[in-house]
Design a protein around this ligand. Structure first.
Ligand SMILES: NC(=O)c1ccc[n+]([C@@H]2O[C@H](COP(=O)([O-])OP(=O)(O)OC[C@H]3O[C@@H](n4cnc5c(N)ncnc54)[C@H](O)[C@@H]3O)[C@@H](O)[C@H]2O)c1
Length: 357
């Protein structure tokens, strides 16, 4: 089997804890190049993961003819440019979430992917979790009926990433917790409910912890070699969004980097035949059989690495020509929903029509 040769752009937290080990542990993949503007980190990470070619300028990585696949693991504002350039250079692309900051950026990437004929996959790793896949099989089997309401969130108590660095600088991140972790909750619910067409969104954002913000420890401290933290913090630490879809379904998403609350990652689905709740207690499905209310606790495999599962899926798509789990229109719609949450929040929570973006 011919190996898939990979180049990774960005040598930070998610590259070191997700993509690089994920590729190394996937048979048939070779990491042959890495790029980062931070020379000290670049040399350290290349040495640690045994990556032979190092580039300070990512354009030089894209010029390597023998690279098949590029991982984009850089701050959010660079995803569009890097993904489009990688696709134009004839590479498949795995781009970290939130993929982009605005719907139009997603459309530009998808257009570049269509023009190149290469695969573009958004790295929405939560779709690959054991619970997501169990639920997807139940839903695809018609066991939930029509899903008409979903709500979910990613709630941290003291978990602001990279305080003072790019994560908390709007010009580089595009936003705070909604873009960073709300997008995980949103994307997973959107995928499970069958990706209906979003019509209208309202949202709110808060920055309640500006004066007493605490760094939450991501990116892991040992990955921050040579990083610069200018001390900017101009993004929200709590946000929520309410979405109406063309088929009548609705979705509520909430995200918190910091709050006086119990940390939780949860999702609740309401279907005409069954519903489900996933939270810190696990996954339960609530149905009805033979006139009885019936609660099911499916066995969920939690003992695998979801980023590695994502990489294995992408490798399979590259080899077999299968379409990736993250469909182009879903990537665009998730970006538009988050853009609309922010737009609504800026306008006092007024409803924003997706068609007006
Ligand atoms: N899937 C997940 O659960 C998950 C988790 C964490 C982060 N992420 C995403 O991964 C991306 C990176 O986050 P991170 O935590 O690794 O951040 P990080 O700050 O640790 O790493 C980003 C790296 O990009 C490098 N970089 C900046 N500009 C560059 C350029 N022009 N060319 C090359 N390299 C450049 C930086 O020097 C840094 O090493 C973000 O989009 C983030 O949202 C995803």
């Amino acid at each position: 089997m011919k190996p898939i040769r990979v180049g990774v752009i960005g040598a930070g937290g998610i590259a070191q804890h997700g993509h690089l080990p994920g590729y190394l542990n996937t048979p048939g993949i070779e990491i042959i190049a890495i790029a980062d503007i931070n020379e000290k980190k670049l040399a350290h990470v290349a040495n640690r993961f045994g990556v032979p070619r190092q580039f300070v300028d990512y354009h030089d990585l894209l010029e390597q003819d023998d690279i098949d696949l590029v991982s984009v693991c850089t701050p959010n504002y660079l995803h569009r440019e890097m993904s489009v350039n990688a696709l134009k250079a004839g590479k498949h692309v795995l781009c970290e979430k939130p993929v982009v900051v605005k719907g139009k950026d997603a459309e530009a990437i998808i257009a570049a992917a269509e023009a190149s004929g290469k695969i573009f996959m958004g790295a929405f790793c939560q779709r690959f979790s054991g619970a997501s896949q169990v639920l997807k099989r139940f839903i695809d089997d018609g066991r939930f009926g029509d899903i008409y309401y979903v709500k979910g969130g990613y709630i941290r108590r003291r978990g602001i990433p990279g305080l003072g660095g790019w994560f908390t600088t709007k010009a580089k991140s595009g936003g705070g917790c909604m873009l960073d972790i709300g997008v995980h909750a949103l994307d997973r619910m959107y995928y499970l409910m069958g990706a209906p067409e979003p019509v209208a969104v309202s949202g709110t954002t808060f920055q309640a912890f500006q004066d007493n913000a605490i760094d939450g420890g991501w990116p892991p401290l040992d990955t921050r070699i040579g990083d610069v933290f200018p001390g900017i913090n101009d993004v929200e630490d709590m946000a929520s969004g309410y979405v109406r879809f063309a088929n009548g379904a609705t979705l509520l998403v909430e995200a918190s980097w910091a709050g006086n609350c119990e940390p939780n990652t949860y999702m609740q689905l309401f279907g005409t035949k069954a519903g489900a709740l996933e939270d810190s207690r696990g996954l339960r499905i609530f149905g009805e059989e033979a006139g009885n209310l019936l609660d099911i606790e499916p066995q969920v495999d939690t003992k695998f690495n979801i980023i590695q599962a994502e990489i294995a899926h992408l490798a399979d798509c590259i080899r077999s020509g299968k379409k990736p789990l993250t469909k182009p229109q879903e990537i665009i719609n998730v970006a538009k929903i988050i853009e609309a949450v922010y737009k609504s929040a800026e306008n006092g929570g007024k409803q924003v029509l997706i068609a007006d973006l």
